[in-house]
Each structure stands twice: as C-alpha cells, then as structure tokens.
Write a protein that binds this ligand. Structure first.
Ligand SMILES: NC(=O)c1ccc[n+]([C@@H]2O[C@H](COP(=O)([O-])OP(=O)(O)OC[C@H]3O[C@@H](n4cnc5c(N)ncnc54)[C@H](OP(=O)(O)O)[C@@H]3O)[C@@H](O)[C@H]2O)c1
Length: 287
C-alpha cells in the first residue's frame, strides 16, 4: 500500500536539526521535493547553502547547535515566525560514543547526552508552545537500533537514545489529547557520516574490554561504507509516512532494525512469561 499523502491545501512547515549530512541532508531534500516548506538548521549553515539556492521560496536556513539551549529558544521562535507555524519538528542531530562504559570519560559521556538527549529535549520544549497553540503538529525523533537492544561498547550512546525513547513515550501520552503526534524512528546501520565523523572514540581503552567493546569497535570500522541502509530511501519513507497522517509511534528502518525489534519483543515476552509466577508474588495478597 502506498504511504504517499493526498495533496494538502497549504504546504506543511518542517523544522529540522542536523541538516548538514546523512539522514538530515536526505530528509531536507525529501521534504523540499515534496513541496513542503523547511527550516533547515545546522551548526555550520554554509553547508546548507545549496539547499537554499535550489529552493529559495521554501527553504530557510538557520544556524543551530542543539546543545545551546538559549540558541535553541531563539532559533525555534524565529523559525515559527517565518511561515507563522511549525507542523513537523524533526530531532535528527546526533553523535555516537564508542567505548566500554568504564573506558568513557565523564566529559565524553556528558557531551554525548548533551547532543543526543538534552539537545532534542531543548528543541522539543522550545517548540511545544507553538504546536500546542496550533493544536496540531508532529514531533519526530531519530533514535537508533541501539535503543531496541544495546551492544557492548555503545552503553553511553545507546543509553542516551533509550532516555530519548522514554522521553518520547511520555511526550506522546501528554500531547495526544492536544492534537499532537510523536514518532520515534529506529534506524539500523545506514551509510551516512555517522561512523566516519560523528562517532567519538574512547581515548583510554582497557585491555579487559578487547573481546567485547573492542570487538564491536572493530565491527563498526569494518561495516563503514558497507551499511545496508540507504539514507535517501529512509528519508523518503519518513516523509511519506509522516505526511500520510498514519505514522506509527515506532518506525524501525531497514531489515536489520525490523528483525531486531521482532527478536527483542519475543525475548521480552518470553522472559516475562518465565518469571511471571515469581514477579506477581511481590504484590500484597489480595484480601
Ligand atoms: N547512520 C546510522 O547508521 C544511524 C543509525 C541509527 C541512528 N542514527 C541517528 O541518525 C541521526 C543522524 O545521524 P547520521 O547517521 O545522519 O550521521 P551524520 O551524517 O554524521 O549526521 C549527524 C548530524 O548531526 C549533526 N550534529 C551533531 N552534533 C550536533 C549539535 N550539537 N548540534 C546540531 N547538529 C549536530 C551533525 O552536524 P555537523 O555537520 O555540524 O557535525 C550532522 O548534521 C543521529 O541522531 C544518529 O544517532 C544513525
């Protein structure tokens, strides 16, 4: 079944973080090619100049580092004034941290959470008053397969994405009655700049983690450039699904993520059934 939407009366307004490369760049191109309007943001806005040149009437560029809460507030407020509304807010900007938990410095850990958790939180809090006042809009969060089930060596990155998923679940429950929607996108491995330039590594490896976190680091290095996922196809699917008005809460992308989600659900259900008899004994006896 096609997920493409029927043409709507006026173009929707999208707000996007991290539009310089990978999913962000592809999302920007898909949104603009669909005829909608876009406020594309990046830490270095000159990287978005060609987008603005190709779509001068429908693409606005703004500088934004999602970890700068004050900048986020003023940029989201300016973005809402451009076309008088914000319909879709995509929290895409993100970065990885590779290393066993003990191998990552406090500074690296905090930096990762600043980008992957507090960044989207900043953007969401800044945009919520606009979307609430409209009684319509859609928040989209780029999560990760690491938040379906996690790997050795991705404890901090995956931890930040799990935190983001917890936030998104709660947000969904809070805003559904106000007419707002929330979608989590869970990509498997995709061919973007992520492993190459958006993945920080531990600088203090510990030999005891060579067979776990170290092995995962080797796997990632080997898969770079050969990931099965195509970010352009993914972006088109995201835009079509969101525009269809029938978006799910969780959207795994790529066969790897779909399989992982199925396996995780089966394992969780099996474990709950296995331990049910013990677990229920924790309640007060029914009088
Ligand atoms: N590729 C995958 O396999 C994969 C899998 C699962 C999830 N994801 C998620 O997909 C999202 C996009 O990553 P990608 O794969 O497209 O990698 P990418 O090509 O490296 O893009 C990462 C983007 O995030 C931006 N960014 C990083 N820190 C930022 C900050 N503080 N403020 C604003 N922008 C910031 C980068 O901007 P600069 O150009 O300024 O660095 C870049 O535009 C991330 O949330 C990532 O966790 C990716």
């Amino acid at each position: 079944m096609s997920t493409a939407a029927a043409p709507s009366a006026s173009p929707a307004v999208w707000f996007l973080t991290g539009a310089s490369s990978g999913f962000g760049r592809c999302l920007a191109e898909s949104v603009l090619a669909s005829g909608d309007r876009l406020i594309a943001t990046a830490r270095e806005p000159s990287h978005l100049a060609s987008l603005a040149a190709t779509y001068p009437a429908s693409c606005e560029i703004m500088a934004l580092d999602v970890t700068d809460a004050a900048q986020v507030s003023s940029v989201v407020a300016s973005a809402a004034r451009v076309w008088g509304r914000l319909d879709m807010v995509i929290n895409n900007a993100g970065c990885g941290l590779l290393g066993a938990i003990e191998e990552c410095s406090d500074e690296q850990i905090r930096r990762n959470f600043e980008t992957n958790f507090f960044g989207p939180l900043n953007v969401t809090k800044a945009a919520l008053p606009v979307l609430r006042a409209q009684r319509s809009g859609h928040f989209i969060f780029l999560s990760a397969a690491a938040a379906i089930s996690n790997y050795a060596g991705f404890g901090i990155y995956g931890g930040a994405k799990w935190a983001l998923e917890g936030l998104a679940e709660s947000l969904r429950a809070e805003v559904a009655l106000l007419g707002l929607k929330v979608t989590l996108v869970q990509p498997g491995p995709f061919r973007t700049d992520f492993i190459r330039r958006s993945l920080e590594h531990t600088t203090t490896p510990i030999a005891d983690y060579e067979k776990t976190a170290g092995k995962f680091a080797q796997f990632l290095a080997g898969v770079d450039g050969r990931q099965p996922g195509d970010p352009a196809r993914a972006a088109q699917i995201i835009v079509d699904v969101i525009k269809s008005g029938r978006a799910p809460f969780r959207l795994p992308l790529g066969a790897y993520a779909v399989e992982k989600l199925k396996r995780r659900s089966a394992t969780t259900a099996r474990e709950a059934a296995e331990w049910e008899a013990t677990a229920v004994q924790a309640d007060f006896p029914v009088a």
